[in-house]
Design a protein around this ligand. Structure first.
Ligand SMILES: Cc1cc2nc3c(=O)[nH]c(=O)nc-3n(C[C@H](O)[C@H](O)[C@H](O)COP(=O)(O)OP(=O)(O)OC[C@H]3O[C@@H](n4cnc5c(N)ncnc54)[C@H](O)[C@@H]3O)c2cc1C
Length: 385
């Protein structure tokens, strides 16, 4: 077992930490307040090669590994979790689905611009009546001549509202033999006839993340936009969402680390009863518990990413990482707020933003309840150990 990062991994982490500290953190409060999308930050991330870290150079990627991508997601999320979310969806999920399941032609046409950061990708699984029970989705696709016709509504879709988003990978139901439906996945360009961007959601946080509804009304796409095996569309989606869980864990660790940084700073600078509140055991123990939980959560997502790099199974590790990291992040945000006292409620203190932004990590890409079910099933199958 090797717990050391390689020289390259440390280099990427340090470079991204520096970039995030200088270019993102000072803008985070304003982005959250105005809801302005961070196009210039995405451009700079593309210049640094961050949009395509684990993909081969022949597709415009960095030829790096999944550990490096996840260290990057943690560092970006430490500065602003919505930037981590952009990278999670476009790099961990969409690019991976195109890379693993796409034809060479699809890779050249759709993957390359996403990996280079010229375009951003979105992922469309959730529907108004199909959330945790994603397999009950109702969007349909039927073949007419050389075109697929898609009808349905996808909801809560991250990234698709960005002007530079090129496509959404849509899971849709295809009728076979009258009753025997299959779920297939399709590359749906944003400029396809019948594609409409629905409402921009009003959210409690993550205002700089472009979450929109997607309306497909007799949406026409070329026959060749079918992605991968038509019978295995749902399995393809689930396979890449497994990586999304590692990314969500890295995002949660980033926010948790930011909470601890702020809480420590505040505890050392705030005097009550003639001394820094850090000196009080009740405060110091909260900080010590934060450090323990962050260390464990970070080790777990790195373990999952490391197994993925080795081509080994990591479903259990990824689910554990996401469940644990998202739950400790909420507790840490709450304790960091508590250490700030009344200041924690004031918008100019970053901890108030962290507190609002962290809860949703227990919902997206598999709720805590669904993850416990997944982990429970793995225990029953003996697949967990
Ligand atoms: C900001 C944001 C961004 C998102 N981005 C995307 C995206 O880019 N693409 C995309 O496809 N989706 C996206 N989603 C959707 C997200 O993945 C879903 O919200 C999530 O899967 C949960 O689905 P739901 O909201 O319909 O909740 P529901 O499935 O209705 O769940 C409600 C509650 O019931 C519980 N529950 C449900 N079934 C069970 C069960 N069998 N046993 C025990 N408890 C259960 C859940 O755990 C939860 O607590 C996004 C959501 C948000 C809020």
């Amino acid at each position: 077992m090797d717990f050391d990062l390689t020289k390259e991994q440390k280099m990427i982490r340090d470079e991204v930490r520096n970039f995030a500290r200088k270019e993102i953190a000072p803008r985070a409060e304003e982005m959250e307040r105005t809801g302005e999308y961070p196009y210039d930050i995405i451009e700079k991330m593309a210049e640094l090669g961050l949009m395509g870290i684990p993909y081969p150079e022949k597709y415009g990627g960095m030829g790096g590994d999944w550990v490096s991508l996840h260290l990057t997601i943690e560092e970006l999320s430490r500065a602003d979790v919505t930037i981590g979310a952009i990278l999670d969806v476009t790099a961990s999920v969409v690019a991976q689905e195109l890379y693993v399941f796409g034809t060479e032609e699809q890779k050249q046409r759709w993957l390359v611009p996403i990996v280079t950061g010229e375009k951003i990708g979105a992922f469309g699984l959730t529907e108004p009546d199909a959330g945790s029970d994603a397999a009950s989705l109702r969007t349909t696709a039927s073949l007419e001549g050389d075109e697929w016709i898609l009808n349905g509504t996808k909801q809560f879709i991250t990234n698709i509202g960005l002007d530079n988003a090129s496509l959404v990978i849509v899971a849709a139901r295809v009728e076979r033999n009258g009753t025997d439906d299959i779920i297939s996945t399709f590359i749906v360009p944003k400029d396809a006839p019948g594609f409409k961007l629905g409402k921009r959601y009003r959210k409690m946080a993550w205002h700089a993340s472009a979450t929109h509804e997607v309306l497909l009304s007799d949406c026409r796409i070329p026959r060749d936009n079918l992605l991968g095996d038509p019978n295995r569309g749902f399995a393809q989606h689930l396979a890449v969402l497994e990586t999304g869980r590692i990314s969500l864990a890295a995002m949660a660790v980033g926010v948790a680390q930011a909470c601890m940084d702020e809480a420590l700073k505040h505890a050392q600078g705030r005097y009550q009863f003639g001394q820094p509140i850090f000196n009080f055991q009740a405060v110091q123990f909260k900080l010590a518990d934060m450090a323990v939980a962050i260390e464990l959560a970070r080790n777990q997502y790195l373990k999952a990413a490391g197994l993925k790099d080795k081509g080994r199974k990591h479903s259990f590790e990824a689910s554990v990482a996401k469940l644990y990291a998202s739950e400790i992040a909420e507790k840490i945000a709450s304790d960091a707020f508590q250490i700030h006292g009344g200041y924690g409620f004031m918008e100019e203190y970053p901890v108030s933003r962290y507190y609002k932004s962290v809860k949703i990590l227990q919902v997206v890409e598999g709720t805590s309840e669904v993850l416990r079910m997944v982990i429970g099933r793995m225990l029953a199958r003996g697949a967990a150990r």
